[in-house]
Design a protein around this ligand. Structure first.
Ligand code: C5P
Length: 257
């Protein structure tokens, strides 16, 4: 029997930011995460949004497979402010979002027990949303997702196989809108649960999983939603850039810049 005090179990929260997408829907140009918003690359906004949470002590950025050095240099050019003391690592990503997240998780040290996965393409998520997700994980939920009710009604269709772009599609159903939610990031996880999901469900052919919480559902573990935020929208199409610039301009005006 040892008379030493029991070892304190170390516990850290880290954020993985998949930023390896090409962003083709945004139009031609640099990879999406490197495009500027308010003069600052989208990825830098996303890193700052994670580091703004006092709970987050490590941010792992998953860069395009051949772009890790460029992303490292970009982040070094835009250091975090004095309040945000998170460490920032950069690792090369893969061909799908799922693969990129898996590579980010593989870079986490052993003492990380809570992990956030956050799209670089959601640069403006407010810190209160980040903190709400972390709190729910720390209170025992294995997977936590910020979500909002839908504005649009959603139709289910017969998948169009081989039909020309723009051809009419046959509607097969209309899910009740009140039962649907649009999910955002950061999604928060008990680290072991997310690791287990990525181990069990290897990246399949095609797009892979576009949502980490969906992989945890397949594992059979409960996933819960917390309120999302309208400013956590994903910058996907050109009009989203206009909206993002407007949100930044409003923040600057409110901050008295
Ligand atoms: O393509 P989508 O908008 O779903 O991408 C969501 C996030 O996943 C983006 O931040 C994108 O950079 C990232 N991603 C990635 N690796 C890929 C594809 C997408 O890290 N191969």
């Amino acid at each position: 029997m040892s008379d030493r005090a029991p070892a304190v179990t170390p516990s850290r929260t880290a954020a993985v930011i998949p930023a390896a997408g090409r962003g083709v829907r945004l139009g031609p140009g640099a990879p999406k995460a490197l495009r500027a918003l308010g003069g600052t690359p989208m990825l830098v906004h996303a890193v700052r949004a994670m580091a703004a949470s006092r709970a987050v002590s490590l941010v792992v950025v998953v860069a395009p497979p051949d772009g890790a050095a460029e992303v490292r240099a970009l982040l070094d050019d835009h250091p975090l402010s004095g309040h945000d003391r998170a460490e920032v690592l950069v690792v090369p990503g893969g061909g799908t979002r799922q693969e990129s997240v898996r590579l980010g998780l593989a870079a986490l040290p052993a003492d990380v027990t809570t992990v956030l996965v956050h799209d670089a393409a959601r640069p403006l998520v407010p810190v209160d949303t980040v903190d709400a997700v972390i709190t729910a994980v720390r209170e025992g939920a294995p997977a936590v997702v910020p979500a909002l009710p839908l504005a649009d009604t959603v139709k289910q269709v017969e998948p169009r196989t081989g039909a020309a772009e723009g051809e009419p599609e046959l509607v097969t159903g209309t899910p009740e809108r009140a039962l649907l939610r649009a999910v955002q990031t950061p999604q928060g996880f008990d680290r072991r649960t997310l690791d287990a999901a990525h181990e069990k469900f290897a990246d399949s052919a095609g797009e892979g999983a576009t949502d980490d919480a969906g992989m945890v559902e397949r594992l059979g573990a409960p996933v819960v939603l917390v309120p999302g935020h309208e400013e956590a929208f994903k910058v996907t199409r050109p009009l989203d850039l206009v909206l993002a610039e407007a949100v930044l301009a409003r923040r600057r005006a409110n901050d008295g810049f």
